[in-house]
Design a binder for this molecule. Structure first.
Ligand code: ADP
Ligand code: ASP
Ligand code: MG
Length: 416
């Protein structure tokens, strides 16, 4: 029998009624003759609520204790879903991340999976069971419970699919696939039938929440096809790109075409100026910049878009997995004083597509559109798949609509 891994996000298991609908979908998959492994997220906003509780007792919650707390969310879901499946006559068994063999490094709060030893899962499948796994969690080689960073249940599902040699990995959510922009922000956004791993990864890293970036990276590495679908949609048919999004190795579409627009609101921008005291001497400068990065590493701060220019360093820090912001700010202040400044007013606005930077045409078009709409740009960064403009955070949604109009809706008129 072929193995199918399905992941259900928080909104899909938000209450008992929805949990029962998921159980029914699992049973229908089983009835099609598949071995089924289900990965579940915490119910609704449980993870946010738990984080809120932690903040009430500690401004800088200990990372290990946070993991002990946050893993409880998915544990509730796995047990309830297993019960709901059993109620429908299915033979289900639930496992935590640790029990299902998800081995991670020891970086609490955003651990990375280093190995999957799915023996217990395989044993239970061989006994004919439906296996329900708590997403977003694992166990470190030090036997400590860890979590995989926000949105990490997707990663659990893909990693499990790879370890089990599953046919595909279904990521079921409240939206029926990956859209050209967040459909909550851009009503004109349309579902994308097929996407390459690279495009999807860039979209996810640019803030498109629908798929987790690390999960896509994993899928790419292992060659696992991801089917992003709505929980309420039918089971995948002969062409799963007809009513969902299929992410797989995919020949690039017309090079230079923007496939999607994304934004990330919850970022900090760190500006640091190197110490020029040693009469501007280069090694003294390099050492001071190294100091900033070392401090960030000590506090497990993950940054992107690192830019070093002469004596200045700029770094964008995602707040998603930063739970000790107060401590990091205090440490930066104590060590560097006014030489290190954190700005809390900007957001990242990105367009994604293979080969979009082969010429400067797209950067010019986007920048011109933003300027014409009175949205000042703080900085621009590019990679081979992405252009990111840092703009005033309060204008981000307007920026997403504008760039969607400029790059995607205008294109539709040209290509009927
Ligand atoms: P889940 O709880 O199922 O993991 P998430 O909230 O993590 O779901 O992701 C789904 C949400 O992602 C959607 O409700 C949608 O608003 C948002 N989203 C952001 N960008 C996109 C996009 N490009 N395509 C589809 N959904 C997107
Ligand atoms: N419950 C976790 C979160 O909210 C993991 C997930 O949903 O994927 O981030
Ligand atoms: Mg998610």
């Amino acid at each position: 029998m072929s193995i199918v891994v399905q992941k259900y996000g928080g909104s899909s298991v938000a209450d008992a009624a929805r949990m029962k609908q998921v159980a029914d979908r699992v049973m229908r998959t089983r009835a099609e003759g598949h071995d089924v492994v289900v990965v579940v997220s915490a119910m609704g906003d449980t993870t946010d609520d738990l984080l809120g509780l932690a903040k009430q007792v500690s401004a800088n919650p200990d990372r290990r204790e946070l993991d002990m707390l946050l893993t409880a969310g998915e544990r509730i879901s796995m047990a309830l879903l297993s019960m709901a499946i059993r109620e429908l006559g299915g033979d289900a068994i639930s496992f935590t991340g640790s029990q299902s063999g998800i081995i991670t490094n020891d970086r609490h709060v955003d651990a990375r999976i280093i190995e999957v030893r799915p023996y217990r899962v395989q044993d239970e499948l061989a006994r004919g069971k439906i296996v329900v796994i708590a997403g977003y969690q694992g166990v470190s080689y030090r036997r400590e419970v860890t979590t995989l960073g926000r949105g990490g249940s997707d990663t659990t599902a893909v990693a499990m699919a790879a370890a089990l040699g599953a046919e595909y990995c279904e990521i079921c959510s409240d939206v029926d696939g990956v859209y050209t922009a967040d459909p909550r922000v851009v009503p004109q956004a349309t579902r994308i039938g097929t996407l390459s791993y690279e495009e999807t990864q860039e979209l996810a890293e640019s803030g498109a929440k629908v798929l987790n970036a690390q999960a896509v990276e994993f899928a790419k590495e292992k060659g696992i096809a991801i089917y992003a679908r709505a929980t309420h949609s039918p089971l995948p048919g002969a062409d799963p790109s007809a009513d969902g999004t299929v992410v797989r190795r995919h020949p690039p579409r017309t090079p230079g075409t923007v496939v999607g627009v994304a934004s990330e609101r919850d970022v900090l921008v760190l500006d640091a100026r190197a110490d020029r005291s040693a009469d501007g001497n280069r090694s003294a400068k390099a050492f001071a910049l190294q100091d900033v990065l070392e401090l960030l590493d000590e506090h497990h701060v993950a940054g992107k878009q690192l830019h070093v220019n002469d004596d200045r360093l700029t770094l964008v820090v995602s707040r998603e997995n930063l739970h000790e912001e107060a401590r990091v700010r205090a440490a930066l202040d104590a060590r560097f004083g006014p030489a290190a400044r954190i700005r809390d007013t900007l957001g990242a606005l990105s367009v994604v597509g293979a080969g979009i930077n082969a010429s400067f045409e797209n950067v010019r078009r986007g920048s011109a559109a933003l300027a014409a709409s009175g949205m000042p740009v703080e900085s621009i960064a590019t990679s081979s798949f992405r252009i990111t403009w840092m703009i005033d955070r309060t204008r981000l949604d307007d920026g997403v609509r504008l760039l969607h109009q400029t790059f995607i809706e205008a294109q539709r008129v040209l290509v009927p």
